[in-house]
Design a protein. Structure first.
Ligand code: BTN
Length: 332
């Protein structure tokens, strides 16, 4: 596991301020308020996070190409300096699933906003017992601990907050339209780009903690994702024709999700959040096929309840469903 510390953050911040230029060793010692040896240790550790840092003899250090550092926990903590969430980012090169350490840490009392990020998952999990593929170098997969002031019956709204955050981030950052399919899949022309999984520990009347895991097919060849696992899928690389900075995507999602979760905790904010979700949700107004356990139903999606269920009209009658697998009969 790789994590950041105060010295690494101070050194990286100073190097990022004047990219391509040399910052002297004594300056870095002064800025970080540590010894030369500590600066040297921090530089070495930042190299492990993927940064190219050149030591120029008798002059200092220069930041080079940082392309391989796009999941750096130090970079992410700096990017999230002005938010409450993301104060601690724990990074693994490879994990079975980011959900597991996040849940374990939450059980042990870790604070809301702690982020677990991985470059690869070997047993990534999706909703409804499905698998989620996260190959090395191309995936965005992370889990965030949330301690929401929400009743257990409304926990679905947490995934709505995450879905709004992903949808807003992808559309704003990349200028492309995405579909938000109920409850929280993000699609591009009918093919899945992102999935969200929220797991909770609660007792009647109280959520102890929730862990929301977000997986985005980012810099990967979407043909690498098997159809039997995910249905039709695509990736940001395939859509945009260029790789994305994964840390920037995560930082933006976290900022928006924190805002939406806080908003959910008040009656007025909760209504605003559901309205925002409904504005973005492309399932509404569509004819859909619903698969639930052994049943398959066909109906029209007409609304979303206060606790995040979908309201369908099936054979002239309204039905509310909390969890189901939905297929749109028309692709927007
Ligand atoms: C789905 O669409 O079924 C949800 C997919 C959720 C995948 C993410 S990736 C990060 C976190 N770790 C996991 O094992 N799953 C979630």
């Amino acid at each position: 596991m790789i994590r950041s510390n105060k010295t690494k953050k101070a050194v990286l911040k100073a190097l990022l301020e004047i990219p391509g230029e040399i910052v002297s060793g004594p300056d870095l010692c002064r800025i970080a308020d540590v010894s030369r040896q500590s600066v040297w240790k921090a530089v070495d550790s930042l190299r492990v996070e993927g940064f190219e840092i050149e030591a120029v003899p008798h002059k200092g250090y220069r930041l080079g190409d940082s392309g391989t550092a796009d999941l750096s926990p130090t970079w992410l903590e700096l990017a999230l300096e002005n938010t409450c969430w993301g104060e601690t980012v724990l990074f693994w090169k490879s994990l079975a699933s980011t959900q597991e350490p996040a849940k374990e840490l939450a059980r042990q009392g870790a604070p809301e906003g702690l982020l677990v990020v991985a470059d690869e998952q070997t047993s990534g999990r999706g909703r409804l017992g499905r698998k989620w593929q996260s190959p090395q170098g191309g995936s965005i997969c992370f889990s965030v601990i949330v301690r929401p002031n929400l009743l257990p019956g409304r926990i679905q709204l947490l995934s709505f907050a995450a879905a709004i955050a992903v949808h807003e981030t992808l559309e704003n950052n990349f200028g492309v339209s995405f579909e938000l399919k109920w409850p929280n899949d993000i699609l591009y022309r009918g093919a899945k780009v992102c999935g969200i999984l929220t797991e909770t520990a609660s007792e009647p009347g109280k959520v102890h903690y929730a862990v929301t895991g977000i997986g985005i097919n980012a810099n990967m060849d979407s043909r690498a994702i098997s159809m039997d696992v995910a249905g039709p899928s695509t990736s940001l690389l395939a859509i945009l024709g260029r790789p994305v900075h994964r840390g920037e995507v995560i930082a933006s999602i976290i900022r928006i999700m924190e805002r939406e979760v806080r908003s959910l905790e008040t009656a007025q904010g909760s209504k605003k959040c559901i309205d925002e979700y409904m504005k973005r949700c492309s399932t509404l107004g569509q004819e859909v096929i619903v698969r639930q356990e052994d049943k398959t139903l066909r109906g029209k999606a007409v609304g979303i309840s206060d606790s995040g269920e979908i309201i369908l009209v099936i054979s002239g009658k309204e039905r509310t469903l909390a969890a189901a697998d939905i297929t749109h009969l028309r692709t927007n």
